[in-house]
Design a binder for this molecule. Structure first.
Ligand code: NAP
Ligand code: SF4
Length: 678
């Protein structure tokens, strides 16, 4: 038991197995599970999370047959070879005292290949492949495949399985009228539509016996048209309970939903109401999920009776030792997941190995290793933005003497501005984490100190053995007539200096920062309350209407904003696949006018003069805000014609190295990799 979070760290006893706490590492595809040669890396990744105290780990989705693949040649559980590979993973987790369940899935019409199959032959908007309608015989075959995969999982040493019944995958497709247009025993009313899921559970139970965890991830809020109502969700939960499920996990939304479910701007624990609704209707334990990232929130969900356990996938990617730190009362030492998706889900959807923006070791546990140093060096890091903070703390953790110089009065660099953007409040957690880590690793921090090259070369107590230049970027000032006009501001003036901004505004540049500035100028509250979020997106958390969808309330915009770029095509194409659409839609809710293919002519008292589609146009705005990208700041170092430092002791990282397409993911990773090599 933990004094700090007594409910979260109470064990959960199933009679045949006891979970040491209520912290579940939820399923997340990493890319490592798809290739057998990556299984030692997968084992190391999960073993670290088991060592870090997670009560139960769930693997990424493993298909029960080939037609159920999400991507061609994805991880499958149907041969003796698969059992041998997975045994390595289970053994590694058990050696660390952890428990692990395999997620069994069938992608149905989300399968990105021509052999996909589903309840009906309806195509998903997000997938070019049309599925084949499954015959009744085929449905029974698939039920058998789930049972066989569960038996093999038990043979490999898993403590249980999770049946993936949500997020719009096959079992969810059968469960909802949206996809299920069948008139046979597996279609029709909710009892027919739930039959596949119920029979899967019964078949698994028959195959594995009573002493094995069978978890079911049930969609408790579909967030799509043709989704289920609360009565249908509850009836399904009760039928699953009666069929032998040990615990029910929460699924929220389908991958094709138009409503965000996990990005930073979704309020923390937004969906606990949906979980609580099911919990009240069943006796088996229920797990809450989505946008739960701190022990305070997790504890409150369990203590209030809304759920018995919490599932966190990304937070345990961000910090493998999340549970141990919370249990020891050291929550302030947790490297908190900021919900950015940039290194996890955006990688998954680009078929790249997942990692984590704030923890580049995630899924690279055997490759990015911070070994203690044999010879202590004296290292200077110039710049306390994300690149510098990452380099300084990794170097110090390894045992080097590290000095960190920062011209500003505080750490964080560009990230401080991001943290000021409504919907990105979580970014403050990363600054809090690094602030503590600097102290714990003994980095000597000099804030408000613009260090000179002379100082670095004549340091007190001897020169530095290595100098890491992480001096970042400065805003690019485009050459437009009238750019010096008083109504022109930079994004730094707005986001950091908080200079006053008028009621009618033009934003030049529709990259990540242009969008951030729009959100900053339009938001009424920060963070957004759950009530306002559900009104804006049209969500009924208790699914009184099918799918939990209601008409969104129009947002009353407090400013008129024009977002501009010179390129034609999609605005704000920069931010990742899983987040870009959320930002674009939020701007649409606020009535932002987005103009591409724009030529900037001049700025004067009347406003911003542009040419769009060949026609001259005046945007009569009070302010023009520049978000036109950045250039590197690296005056402190002399570079050769290839941009490499001429003095071999110097190293360039982050925006000081390359300004274009800089983001915190590259900065933190580059800083950590350099510091791991010194
Ligand atoms: P960016 O993404 O490179 O966008 C710069 C914008 O400025 C573009 O829209 C570009 O569009 C415009 N531009 C460039 N040169 C210009 C010029 N000379 N005159 C007028 N317009 C010009 O840069 P950013 O928005 O500053 O963001 C910096 C980095 O941080 C990016 O890598 C970004 O992905 C990252 N970031 C990410 C997020 C996120 O949520 N994931 C949020 C913020 C920042 P045109 O050239 O078409 O005009
Ligand atoms: Fe969380 Fe971002 Fe890391 Fe993904 S990349 S785990 S969302 S912090």
């Amino acid at each position: 038991m933990s004094d700090a979070y007594p409910h979260l760290f109470a064990p959960m006893d199933f009679g045949f197995v006891t979970l040491r706490n209520r912290v579940m590492m939820g399923s997340m595809h990493t890319g490592l599970e798809d290739r057998f040669w990556n299984y030692p890396k997968l084992a190391a990744y999960f073993a670290e999370r088991a060592r870090g105290g997670a009560g139960l780990i769930v693997t990424g989705g493993i298909s029960v047959n080939r037609r159920g693949w999400l991507l061609p040649a994805g991880g499958t559980m149907n041969t003796a070879g698969d059992v041998a590979n997975h045994r390595k993973v289970c053994e590694a987790v058990h050696r660390e005292g952890g428990r692990i369940a395999m997620q069994l899935m069938h992608a149905g019409r989300y399968g990105y290949h021509p052999f996909s199959e589903s309840a009906s032959a309806t195509k998903a908007r997000i997938n070019p492949f049309r599925p084949k309608e499954m015959s009744v015989e085929r449905v029974w075959e698939v039920i058998g495949d789930f049972a066989r995969a569960a038996t093999l999982a038990r043979e490999a040493g898993y403590d249980g399985v999770e049946v993936m019944g949500s997020e719009g995958y096959l079992l969810n497709q059968f469960l909802c009228k949206r996809v299920n247009q069948r008139t046979d025993e597996f279609g029709g009313d909710i009892h027919g539509r739930m039959k596949l899921g119920v029979e899967v559970v019964k078949a698994i139970r028959r195959a594995v016996g009573e002493r094995f965890l069978v978890m079911y991830r049930l969609s408790m809020l579909d967030l799509v048209e043709g989704g289920n109502t609360s009565e249908e969700i509850i009836a399904t939960a009760q039928a699953l309970e009666a069929s032998g499920v040990s615990l029910l996990n929460t699924g929220v939304g389908w991958h094709e939903s138009n409503i965000p479910t996990i990005v930073t701007s979704v309020p923390r624990a937004a969906f606990r109401v949906a979980t609580a609704m099911v919990k009240r209707a069943v006796k088996i334990p229920v797990v809450a999920s989505n946008r739960i990232n701190t022990p305070e929130v997790a504890e409150d969900i369990i203590a209030s009776g809304d759920a018995d356990m919490v599932s966190m996938a990304r937070p345990l990617l961000a910090d493998a030792f999340w549970a141990n730190k919370a249990q020891a009362g050291k929550a302030d030492e947790i490297n908190t997941c900021i919900g950015c998706n940039q290194a996890c889900l955006d990688h998954t959807f680009a078929a790249k190995r997942s990692s984590c923006l704030v923890n580049p070791r995630a899924c690279y546990e055997t490759e990015l290793v911070y070994t203690p140093v044999a010879q202590r060096k004296k290292i200077a890091v110039v710049g306390a933005g994300m690149a510098g903070l990452s380099a300084a703390t990794v170097a110090a953790e390894r045992g080097h003497e590290v000095w960190l110089f920062e011209a500003a009065e505080d750490i964080g660099g560009q990230f401080v501005m991001a943290a000021n953007v409504p919907g990105k409040e979580e970014f403050k957690e990363t600054i809090r984490y690094f602030r503590g880590l600097l102290e714990r690793t003994g980095v000597k921090v000099k804030l408000g100190h613009r260090v000179t090259k002379g100082e670095l070369d004549r340091a007190e107590g001897g020169a530095f053995d290595a100098v890491i230049v992480a001096t970042g970027v400065k805003a690019r000032v485009p050459s437009i007539e009238g750019i010096g006009h008083a109504k022109v501001l930079s994004y730094v003036d707005v986001l950091r200096e908080k200079k006053p901004v008028g009621a009618k505004v033009a934003v030049i540049g529709a990259g990540g920062i242009g969008i951030d500035v729009c959100e900053f100028l339009l938001a009424d509250e920060s963070p957004q309350s759950l009530a306002s979020w559900t009104r804006q997106w049209g969500v009924d958390l208790e699914s009184r209407a099918p799918g939990g969808l209601v008409a969104p309330e129009p947002v009353k915009a407090k400013r008129e904003v024009f977002l501009l770029q010179r390129k034609r095509g999609k605005m704000g194409a920069g931010p990742g696949k899983t987040t870009g659409w959320v930002h674009r839609r939020a701007l649409e809710h606020h009535g932002v006018t987005m103009l591409g293919g724009v030529e900037y002519v001049k700025i004067d008292d009347a406003g911003l003069h542009i040419r769009a589609d060949g026609a001259a146009r005046l945007l009569a705005v009070d302010n023009v805000i520049l978000c036109a990208g950045q250039t590197s700041v690296r005056e402190i170092v002399t570079v050769d014609d290839k941009g490499r430092p001429t003095d071999k002791r110097y190293h360039l990282i982050g925006g000081a190295d390359v300004a274009s397409e800089l983001d915190a993911k590259r900065a933190i990773k580059q800083g950590a990799e350099l510091a791991a090599s010194l």
